[in-house]
Every structure is written in structure tokens, then in C-alpha cells.
Write a protein that binds this ligand. Structure first.
Ligand code: GLU
Length: 553
């Protein structure tokens, strides 16, 4: 007669610790009442999904707001999907968003007493727990080959039974220990499965922090918990890690809701109290009238890197994501004239359980606000970093004359109602290229957008006089008065009202004159205050441009 202990010893002779030893090594955390221990547990697949950033932000905020602990765990048990070096990228990207873990995995060395925080380094911990489960008869080796499993699946399909390894279909769950030992000793490959006592006809209830009570069918599947490569599956690693890392609240994607009965089944088998679950809704996209999850393959905005390449400040994306997380956030930003997430009273309970549609317009709105409110020095620093990585032209201009670029960025920033031109740093160069003489030449070569209703001769005559008479050392209103006078000489009304009252008597109004000047000096009819632009260009460059344009007409 072979006992469970003997079987466990044969399977895991290298394991000498017990679950009790682990309980001692990872004691409950001494934290104040209500403090949440949360985590972000990505797989190193070389990609930070926007939805994952959303989840990690919520995890991090939940811990911060309750004076708890937020940690980072690397879930690298799916070795086929692991991309070398991507763990560091994940850490760097999260740090860029200010989502820095109190403890967790770090390629330079873990921080914290509940590690290792990289699952592939925790094999002995999982095996210790599995050994215990085998002794208790709640786990067993399964010798099915892929072909055997395929045959089971076909058999189920034929009679329309639910798929899976459960009940009568769990071929190896009731093998005798003698048989198991014989197969192990014969070198038959095995995996370890959980022995479920659940019943699919019964319901299990749990309270989700976001969704309230959820009722699902009990788990009755004997899921694989240890793969043939000696590493655990997600289901088992989640249960073991979040128990021994003393997580109090699991914040994870809603795609895990259907698996939760498996996890609760295991917590029960192990006699452990499950943590709270907060299943975070996915960020959605409208596709031909149907809502679907942001897709890594189809949607560029599914990757956080997309926003960074476009030069969205980290804060903009976080602010936008927070507006999805807590719908009262936008109102709060307006009332408090502030986008500081640390000050916002975030509440995980207020997260809507319906996934939000990703709204680029809204994202741009928040980003314009964030960039406008940003102190010039910080904006400039971020623009420099963005340009050096992603925008060669802007980078070149910064290298040539950083102060000049800074002056350009400062236009209108101090105004009472500042302009909000940039939603992202990639918007900057196309909007300000006319400040650079080489670019102005290209704009000129492409043709200037003068009002087609005004003949070339009129434009030219007006510009010649403007070049001669325009003052450079006066304030804006004195300068504008001179423009009015020059315009009037050429047949333009001094005021818009005057023109409107008698449109046939004039070629246009002073606004049309101002537009001619604007087009001649900056090459576009959309720009910030022209008087300010001329001050930045300086008298000589402004006059030289007017001359270039006059000559080209
Ligand atoms: N590694 C899992 C994932 O990326 C983590 C889920 C969880 O947070 O438990 O989906």
C-alpha cells in the first residue's frame, strides 16, 4: 500500500519545507486597519496594454489612499510568451507614469520581505504547497498525453457534454497510488492536477468590490496546477502568491471573473481566507457598431507605448484613465482647478462595472488642459525628452537654440485664458515650424494661403506699405492702429462693423488686413497673436520675410 505521503515524496523529493514554514516566513502584515495590499502582476510579454496601465493605476491608488502596500509581481511562468528584457521595460514604463511599487520584482534585486516576486523563482514554494495538497488527497499526478486529452474532448463533443477535465472525464483522478508510482517509475511524463470537490450544479457567490455580489457555478474541474516544466499555471500561482504575499485586494482584468470559482475552490481546499476581488472593466472600442475590447492587434491605442511615441505627457493618460475610473473626477478637476491625482479622493467602489469606450477626443481634451497647466520648465523638459526620442526635427531646433524653443512654448501660457494648442508633443513642430527660417522657406515654396478674393496686386501693395510703415517698438494697440490706417488707404474698412454695414464699399475689413500680414509673416492663417510672434522673430527677420513674400508675388 502506497500512502499519499510516499507519493508526494516520490514526486517532490527535493522539497523539505512545509506550508507551516511558509506561513512563518511570510507572516501577516502589520498594517493599519483598512490598509489594502494590492499588486500589479503582468507577464513580461514586451507590451504594456493601456488596460493594464488602467489596472495598475487603480491598484496603486487603492494602496496609496489606504496607506497600504502596492507591489509588483512578475508572472513569467508562460515561458513561451516571455520576451527577454521586457520586465525592465515594464518597470520603466510604469515608473514613467509614476506608478512605482513599494515592493516587488526588480532585475537589479527584489525589494521587500515577501519575495521572490518573480514566479519562475518561486518553484519551490509552489511545490511545497502541492506536496501538501497531495498528502491531503487534493492534488494528483495526471499522465494524460495531448492525444488522450483530445480523445476526451471529442467524446464530450459527441454527446454535447461540457468540455474539461472533471468528474468521470478526469481519467486519472482515481488511479491508485500504486498505479501512480508505477507510472512515475516507468518515466511516464506527468502534470499535477487539483482534485476538485466542487459540483457544477451548485452555485458559488462572492462579493466583488466593484460589481457587488456575483453568483457563478461552482468549479468542478481538476485544473492543472503544475505543468510538465515544473512551473505552476496562473490559477495556482495566483492563489499561492496572493496568500503568501498577503494581498488583501486583487485588482485584475474582468476576463478573470469566470475563473474565480476555480480560485475560490483552491482557497477552500487550502483552508486559506481568499482576498477581496475587484475585477476591473476593460477599455472598449466601437467597431462597426459593436463594442469590443481594445485589441493589441487592431488598435494602436491599446499599447501604452503609442501614447509615449505621440508625446502625450504621462499625466495626460493617467488623468484620462482616472476620468474613466471615477466619473466624478472631471467635475473635481474643474472645481479644484487641479489634475493632481494624489489629491483626488479616488474610490475603487465608484469604478463603473461597465467598460468605458476609449474616447480620443476626451483624451485630447484632458491632455490640452494638462499641458497648458504645466509649468513652462517642466513642459520644456518633457518636450526635450520626447523630441530627442521621437521627433528629429524638433530635437534639431532645440539643439540649435533651446531658449528660442522655450520662448515659443511660452506663447500665451501666462494669459488669463491661455491657448490650448497642443494635445501632445507631436503637435508642436507642425504648429510652430514657421518660427524657423528654413521651414518658412518651405512653406513659402508650397504657396501661401492668401485670401483668394483679394487680387495679387492688392496683397502686394498692402504688404509693401505695411513693411515700410509698421512700427516695431510700440504696444499692440498702437501697432494695430497703424495697420488700420494702412488698410484704409488700400480700401479696407477700419472696423468690422463698418465693413458689415456697407460691404460693397470696401475690399474687406481690418481683420482681412491682419490676415494678410499673418499669412505673409507666418505662412498660415491660424496662429497665436501676431504681435507676439513678430516680437519673437524680431524686426529684421520679420521685414526680411515680408520682402521675400513681396518678391514672390
Ligand atoms: N498575469 C496575469 C495577467 O496578466 C495577472 C492577472 C492578475 O492580476 O491576477 O492577466
Amino acid at each position: 500500500m502506497v500512502t499519499n505521503e510516499q507519493l508526494a515524496e516520490l514526486l517532490f523529493p527535493e522539497i523539505h519545507e512545509t506550508v507551516e514554514d511558509l506561513e512563518k516566513r511570510y507572516p501577516p502584515r502589520a498594517l493599519p486597519e483598512g490598509a489594502q495590499v494590492t499588486r500589479f502582476a503582468p507577464s513580461p510579454t514586451g507590451f504594456l496594454h493601456t488596460g493594464s496601465l488602467f489596472t495598475s493605476m487603480i491598484s496603486c491608488m487603492s494602496a496609496k489612499k489606504t496607506k497600504g502596500v502596492y507591489f509588483f509581481r512578475l508572472e513569467d511562468t508562460d515561458t513561451k510568451r516571455t520576451v527577454e528584457g521586457s520586465a525592465q521595460d515594464l518597470i520603466d514604463q510604469l515608473a514613467y507614469f509614476g506608478i512605482e511599487a513599494d515592493e516587488g520584482y526588480n532585475p537589479k534585486g527584489d525589494i521587500g520581505a515577501y519575495g521572490p516576486y518573480k514566479q519562475s523563482e518561486r518553484a519551490d514554494i509552489y511545490k511545497t504547497v502541492i506536496k501538501d495538497l497531495i498528502i491531503k488527497g487534493r492534488a494528483y499526478p495526471d499522465f494524460c498525453t495531448p492525444e488522450d486529452l483530445d480523445a476526451i474532448r471529442k467524446q464530450q463533443e459527441a454527446i454535447k457534454a461540457l468540455p474539461g477535465y472533471y468528474g468521470e472525464y478526469a481519467r486519472d483522478r482515481n488511479l491508485s497510488n500504486e498505479e501512480r508510482v508505477a507510472r512515475i517509475q516507468a518515466g511516464t511524463p506527468w502534470v499535477i492536477r487539483f482534485y476538485s470537490n466542487g459540483n457544477h450544479d451548485r452555485k458559488i457567490k462572492f462579493t466583488d468590490v466593484i460589481r457587488g455580489e456575483i453568483e457563478l457555478q461552482e468549479n468542478d474541474t481538476d485544473v492543472v496546477i503544475l505543468k510538465s516544466d515544473g512551473l505552476p499555471t496562473y490559477h495556482f500561482a495566483h492563489v499561492v502568491d496572493d496568500h503568501f504575499m498577503r494581498t488583501t485586494m486583487i485588482t485584475r482584468g474582468e476576463e478573470w471573473i469566470p475563473s474565480t470559482p476555480i480560485h475560490l475552490d483552491m482557497f477552500r481546499a487550502l483552508g486559506w481566507k481568499p482576498p477581496k476581488y475587484a475585477h476591473i472593466p476593460a477599455i472598449l472600442k466601437l467597431d462597426n457598431g459593436n463594442k469590443r475590447k481594445l485589441s493589441k492587434r487592431k488598435d494602436p491605442e491599446a499599447a501604452v507605448s503609442y501614447f509615449l511615441e505621440q508625446g502625450y505627457p504621462a499625466q495626460s493618460l493617467l488623468v484620462y484613465l482616472m476620468s474613466i475610473a471615477n466619473s466624478n473626477f472631471e467635475e473635481w478637476t474643474i472645481a479644484n482647478k487641479c489634475f493632481d491625482l494624489d489629491r483626488f479622493p479616488f474610490s475603487i467602489k465608484k469604478v463603473a462595472n461597465e467598460g468605458a469606450l476609449f474616447d480620443q477626443e476626451k483624451m485630447n481634451y484632458f491632455s490640452r488642459e494638462v499641458i497648458t497647466a504645466m509649468p513652462l520648465d517642466i513642459e520644456f523638459q518633457q518636450v526635450c525628452a520626447y523630441a530627442s526620442a521621437h521627433d528629429a526635427k524638433l530635437h534639431g531646433k532645440i539643439e540649435e537654440n533651446p531658449e528660442y524653443v522655450k520662448t515659443i512654448l511660452n506663447i500665451g501660457k501666462q494669459d488669463k485664458n491661455p491657448r490650448k494648442d497642443y494635445a501632445k508633443y507631436a503637435d508642436i513642430f507642425p504648429l510652430v515650424r514657421y518660427f524657423f527660417d528654413d521651414e518658412f522657406e518651405d512653406i513659402l515654396a508650397a504657396g501661401l494661403p492668401f485670401n483668394p478674393k483679394l487680387g495679387k496686386d492688392i496683397v502686394k501693395a498692402f504688404l509693401v506699405d505695411a513693411k515700410e510703415e509698421m512700427p516695431f517698438d510700440t504696444d499692440e494697440s498702437a501697432w494695430f492702429n497703424v495697420i488700420k490706417e494702412i488698410g484704409s488707404k488700400h480700401g479696407f474698412a477700419r472696423a468690422n462693423k463698418e465693413y458689415k454695414e456697407n460691404p460693397d464699399a470696401f475690399l474687406g475689413s481690418v481683420s482681412d488686413c491682419a490676415e494678410l500680414l499673418r499669412v505673409a509673416i507666418v505662412g498660415t492663417n491660424q496662429s497665436p497673436n501676431l504681435h507676439q510672434i513678430m516680437a519673437i522673430l524680431g524686426k529684421d527677420r520679420t521685414l526680411a520675410r515680408l520682402q521675400r513674400v513681396i518678391d514672390s508675388l
